[in-house]
Design a protein around this ligand. Structure first.
Ligand code: NDP
Length: 254
C-alpha cells in the first residue's frame, strides 16, 4: 500500500452531524471525495436536501437524514437509520455546535444550557451510540473542538462555548483511552477562525484580534480544515488517538 492509499476512505462509511452548511458541509464533501459513503444529519431538511443534490451532482455518495441531536430519541433513530442505509458506521464526525457571544454576568441560563446540551452532551450521546456499534469492529471518531478550548478568545466573551470546547478536548482523550482496546480511535480537530455562519470573520470589529494578531494574518475557508478530518478518519492516522489537531493558521502560538 502506498502512502497516499492510506489516506483513502474507499469502502468506508461516515456520519457527519450538522453537515448541511459551514464546516460540516466541507467535511462531508472531503470525506466523500476521499471515497467514503457519507450521511449528514442536521435539523433543516430543505438545506440537507440542497447539499445532497449539490454533492450528488458532483458524483459523490452523500445522503441526509433530519435529526436534532439534542434529542436522545433522534440520536437513537439517526444511528439506526444510518446503519440501515449505509450498512455500518466506520467514521463519526461530531461537528454540530453552537456559540453565543456575551459577558459572563449576562449569560442567560438557557444559553449556557443550550451550548452544553449540543456541544458536549449531544456529542457524548452520539459518540456512545455510534461507539456501541463500532465496538470490537473498530472505527474512527473525529470531534470538532476549537482553539476556544485552549485560549480565551478576544475581544468577545463566550464563556460557555470556551468551557464546552475544553470539555470536548478532554472527553476526546478520555474516550480514546477507554476505547483503544475496542479498535476505536478518538481524536479532535481544533480550528481557528473559519468563515461560516457561526463565525463573523469579516466583521471589522474583530479584525484586529482575529486577523491581524494571527501569524498568517487571515481566516480560513471550511475546505482548509477538511483535510485534517480526512487524515484523522483514515488509516494514515492509524497510530493517532487522543490527539487534538490544531488548524488555526498559527493563532495559538502567541
Ligand atoms: P454553523 O453554525 O455554520 O453550522 C452548524 C451546523 O450544526 C449546521 O449544519 C446546523 O444544521 C447543525 N446543528 C445545529 N444544531 C443542531 C442540532 N441540534 N442537531 C443537529 N444539527 C445541528 O457552524 P460552523 O460550521 O462554523 O461550526 C461547526 C463546528 O465547528 C462547531 O462545532 C463549531 O463549534 C466548530 N468550530 C467552528 C469554528 C469557526 O470559526 N467557524 C472555529 C472552531 C470550531 P441545522 O441548523 O440544520 O441543524
Amino acid at each position: 500500500m502506498t502512502i497516499l492509499q492510506t489516506f483513502s476512505l474507499a469502502g468506508r462509511t461516515a456520519l457527519v452531524t450538522g453537515g448541511n452548511r459551514g464546516l460540516g458541509h466541507a467535511f462531508a464533501r472531503g470525506l466523500a471525495e476521499a471515497g467514503a459513503s457519507v450521511m449528514i444529519a442536521s435539523r433543516d431538511e430543505a438545506l440537507n436536501d440542497t447539499v445532497v443534490a449539490e454533492l450528488t451532482a458532483d458524483g459523490l455518495a452523500v445522503q441526509a437524514l433530519t435529526a436534532d441531536i439534542t434529542s436522545d430519541a433522534d440520536v437513537t433513530r439517526m444511528v439506526a437509520e444510518t446503519v440501515d442505509r449505509l450498512g455500518r458506521i466506520d467514521i463519526l464526525v461530531n461537528n454540530a455546535g453552537i456559540c453565543f457571544h456575551g459577558d459572563s454576568w449576562d449569560v442567560p441560563d438557557e444559553e449556557w444550557d443550550a451550548v452544553f446540551t449540543l456541544n458536549v452532551r449531544a456529542l457524548w450521546k452520539c459518540s456512545r451510540a455510534v461507539g456501541e456499534q463500532m465496538r470490537g469492529r473498530g472505527g474512527s471518531i473525529v470531534n470538532i473542538g476549537s482553539i476556544s478550548g485552549m485560549i480565551v478568545n478576544r475581544p468577545q466573551n463566550q464563556p460557555a462555548y470556551n468551557a464546552s470546547k475544553a470539555a470536548v478536548h478532554q472527553l476526546t482523550k478520555s474516550l480514546a483511552a477507554e476505547w483503544a482496546s475496542e479498535g476505536i480511535r478518538v481524536n479532535a480537530v481544533a480550528p481557528g477562525y473559519i468563515k461560516t455562519e457561526m463565525s463573523p470573520v469579516d466583521d471589522p470589529k474583530f479584525r484586529r484580534q482575529w486577523i491581524e494578531d494571527s501569524p498568517q494574518q487571515r481566516y480560513a475557508m471550511p475546505a482548509e480544515v477538511a483535510g485534517s478530518v480526512v487524515f484523522l478518519a483514515s488509516d494514515a492516522a492509524s497510530f493517532v488517538t487522543g490527539s487534538v489537531l490544531v488548524v488555526d493558521g498559527g493563532y495559538t502560538v502567541y
